[in-house]
Design a protein around this ligand. Structure first.
Ligand code: AMP
Ligand code: MG
Length: 421
C-alpha cells in the first residue's frame, strides 16, 4: 500500500496552524444597511446624549412635583416631536405624550391613569391629578440611556439587529467593518455532472459545490463559482490560479486522497505552500491546507476530501473558523456545549470522530436529566450525505475502543442553529 508523505496532524494543532496563517481582511466603510452580519473594525461612540432632551416616559401630565394632588389648569399639550412654547408654572400642568420633551418648569410626569379630566373653566381645560409624584418621576433624563461620548460598540462586535439599531441611534450611517471574504469553490472529478444533468454511466451529480456554496453563504462569505474541474493537471491549475487571484479563500473538493488522479496536492505545492495533507480525524483524513501569495496577499486554500460528508465536516471544522477570522471575528472558534447522548455510540480506536448529531434542549421532565441531548443522525458513512441532514452539531468523540453509553456527556461543536429543531 502506498504511504502518504504527509504527516498526520491532530485536529487542534491543525486548526491553530490554520488560524495562525489567517489574518483579518483590511477594513472598509459601508453604509449601515450593508453592515448586518459583519464585524465592526473600529469602536463607535455617541456624539450626543440619549435622550438629547428630558423626555416623558408616559402619556399623562407634566407637573410641578411639589404641587401634589389636586385640580389644575391644563396650559397646553406637548406631543412627541414638538417643542413646547410655554412654561409650566405652579398650579398648572400640561398634557404630554410618551417621548415628548418635558416643558420648562415641569419636573415630573403623572401618568394619565392617575388623572381625571374636569369640565373646562372659561374655556381652559382642567384635570384632577390623583397622585403625588417626586421630581424626576416618569422622565428620562438627558443621557440616561447613552451619555455623550460613551462607547456604544467596541471594535470586534458582530452587527446584528440590536447593534444596527444602536448605530442608527448614534447617527453612524457609515461604519468601518471587515468585508465578507470571497470564497472560490471548485469541484474536481471526471465523474461529476451538474445537478441539472442526468448522470451517464459512471457519473454522479456534483453535490459538493452547491453544498459548500450554501455553507459559505451561511458562514458570511461571498461564493465565487469555479465550476467542475476535470482530473487534468493543466485544467485544474488554470482554475486554481483563477481562484487564488480572485478570492481570499479557495475551496476545492476531491482529488486529495491517494489515488492516481489525486492531483491537488502537487499543484498546491507548486503554487504555494502545503501546510498539512492529512488529519487525524474521521471523517476527513485527507484534508489539505495550503497558502499562496498572490498580488501581495496571502490566500488560503482548503482542499477538501471528495466524499460529501468529509467535505462538509472539514469545511465546518477548519474553513469556518478561518472565514470568521478573515471577517474579523475576535473569537473565530466554533462554540461548544456539553450534551447527553440519546443513544450509545461506538468509538473508533484509530481516530477521533466527529459524529453528526441533532442537538435539542430537553427540560428533563421525563428523564430527570435536563440539558442538551444529542441524537445521532444515523449511519456515519462518509459518503452518506443523509448523515448531515438536520445535524446542528458535531460530537467530538474520543479516539478509544469501546462504546459511549447512552446518557454520557460529550462535547458538541455547534455547526447550525437550533431554530426549528
Ligand atoms: P476523490 O477524493 O476525488 O477521490 O473523491 C472521493 C469520493 O467522493 C469519490 O467517490 C467521488 O466520486 C466523490 N466526490 C468527489 N467530488 C464530489 C462532488 N463534488 N460531489 C459528490 N461526490 C464527490
Ligand atoms: Mg476525484
Amino acid at each position: 500500500m502506498p504511504v502518504s508523505p504527509y504527516e498526520m496532524w491532530p485536529v487542534p494543532d491543525a486548526l491553530e496552524l490554520v488560524l495562525a496563517q489567517t489574518q483579518s481582511l483590511p477594513a472598509h466603510q459601508v453604509a449601515l444597511e450593508q453592515a448586518v452580519g459583519l464585524t465592526l473594525a473600529a469602536s463607535v461612540t455617541a456624539p450626543e446624549p440619549l435622550p438629547p432632551f428630558p423626555a416623558s416616559v408616559k402619556d399623562g401630565y407634566a407637573v410641578v412635583a411639589a404641587d401634589g394632588p389636586g385640580e389644575y389648569t391644563v396650559l397646553g399639550e406637548v406631543t412627541a416631536g414638538r417643542v413646547p412654547n410655554f412654561t409650566v408654572t405652579p398650579g398648572n400642568v400640561a398634557y404630554i405624550t410618551t417621548g415628548a420633551p418635558l416643558p420648562p418648569g415641569a419636573d415630573a410626569v403623572v401618568m394619565v391613569e392617575e388623572t381625571t379630566p374636569l369640565p373646562a373653566t372659561n374655556g381652559q381645560p382642567r384635570v384632577y391629578i390623583g397622585k403625588a409624584v417626586r421630581s424626576g418621576d416618569d422622565i428620562r433624563a438627558v443621557g440616561i440611556d447613552v451619555t455623550q461620548g460613551q462607547q456604544v460598540l467596541a471594535a470586534g462586535t458582530r452587527l446584528e439587529a440590536a447593534e444596527i439599531g444602536l448605530l442608527a441611534t448614534v447617527g453612524a450611517a457609515q461604519v468601518s467593518v471587515y468585508p465578507r471574504p470571497t470564497v472560490a469553490i471548485l469541484s474536481t472529478g471526471d465523474e461529476l455532472v451538474e445537478p441539472s444533468h442526468r448522470p451517464g454511466p459512471g457519473q454522479i451529480r456534483d453535490s459538493n459545490r452547491a453544498m459548500i456554496r450554501a455553507a459559505v453563504q451561511a458562514a458570511g462569505g461571498i461564493p465565487l463559482d469555479l465550476g467542475i474541474g476535470r482530473d487534468n493537471k493543466d485544467e485544474l491549475m488554470t482554475l486554481i490560479r483563477r481562484g487564488l487571484t480572485e478570492a481570499d479563500m479557495l475551496i476545492t473538493s476531491g482529488g486529495v486522497s491517494m489515488g492516481d488522479l489525486d492531483l491537488l496536492k502537487p499543484i498546491l505545492e507548486n503554487e504555494g505552500q502545503v501546510h498539512f495533507g492529512r488529519i487525524l480525524m474521521k471523517p476527513g483524513k485527507p484534508l489539505t491546507f495550503a497558502t499562496a501569495h498572490v498580488a501581495g496577499r496571502k490566500r488560503l486554500v482548503f482542499a477538501l476530501p471528495g466524499n460529501p460528508v468529509s467535505s462538509l465536516v472539514t469545511f465546518y471544522l477548519f474553513a469556518v473558523p478561518a472565514l470568521r477570522k478573515l471577517a474579523g471575528w475576535p473569537n473565530p472558534y466554533l462554540q461548544r456545549v456539553q450534551a447527553h447522548l440519546s443513544q450509545p455510540l461506538p468509538l473508533d480506536a484509530e481516530r477521533p470522530e466527529y459524529h453528526r448529531a441533532t442537538l435539542r434542549w430537553d427540560p428533563g421532565v421525563n428523564n430527570g436529566c435536563g440539558g442538551f441531548w444529542a441524537r445521532s443522525t444515523g449511519s456515519q458513512s462518509s459518503s452518506r450525505l443523509l448523515s448531515m441532514r438536520s445535524a446542528n452539531a458535531l460530537l467530538e468523540l474520543p479516539q478509544r475502543a469501546g462504546v459511549l453509553e447512552q446518557g454520557s456527556m460529550v462535547t458538541a461543536l455547534i455547526i447550525g442553529d437550533m431554530i426549528g429543531i
